[in-house]
Design a binder for this molecule. Structure first.
Ligand SMILES: C[S@@+](CC[C@H](N)C(=O)[O-])C[C@H]1O[C@@H](n2cnc3c(N)ncnc32)[C@H](O)[C@@H]1O
Length: 152
């Protein structure tokens, strides 16, 4: 688990995307500011968040079924079971999943992302997609870039 770019400070004075999304999915890892923002979103936002999550899960399962066993998931979100690695490792136990998110609250919950099958592996880096070098450097040490890698 690595923090590449941002301090581990959880700012509860302003809404954060990971926590707003968590609230939309019915999670409990969010604060009043996140709930207030989420409640201003169009009413279909909750359903759309669930659809987005379901799509990620279907797409990951489909890729694993095609034989892809390496995944780079940028913008992981607060863990909501089943997480990407649980989906793909249920199909391919040896699958390897590298997670990245820039929100410190996701880092706080990253233990749940690191419970891998014994055959496979997961890793987490706190990093911003706008600084892709740090993410790629971390992922390159964990995934084999000479073989297919699915990007979520
Ligand atoms: C809508 S959630 C998606 C969660 C999950 N991938 C899914 O499909 O269910 C978006 C995530 O992207 C993260 N995020 C937003 N901007 C980011 C950035 N610049 N770099 C890395 N992660 C970012 C947020 O913290 C949040 O956890």
């Amino acid at each position: 688990m690595t923090a590449a770019s941002e301090p581990h400070v959880i700012d509860t004075s302003k809404p954060h995307p990971a926590r707003v999304y968590d609230w939309l999915l019915g999670g409990k890892d969010n604060y009043l500011v996140d709930q207030e923002l989420a409640q201003k979103l169009p009413p279909q936002a909750r359903q759309n968040a669930r659809r987005n999550r379901a799509f990620m899960q279907r797409a990951a399962a489909w890729l694993a079924g095609q034989g892809v066993d390496q995944f780079l998931d940028i913008g992981t979100g607060i863990p909501t079971e089943p997480n990407l690695h649980q989906i793909v490792q249920a199909i391919t136990p040896a699958a390897r999943v590298a997670y990245a998110d820039n929100d410190p609250i996701v880092l706080r919950h990253a233990e749940a992302l690191l419970v891998s099958t014994p055959e496979g592996a997961t890793t987490y880096i706190q990093a911003d997609v706008r600084e892709p070098g740090a993410i790629l450097e971390h992922a390159r040490g964990f995934l084999d870039f000479d073989r297919p890698v699915a990007l979520s």
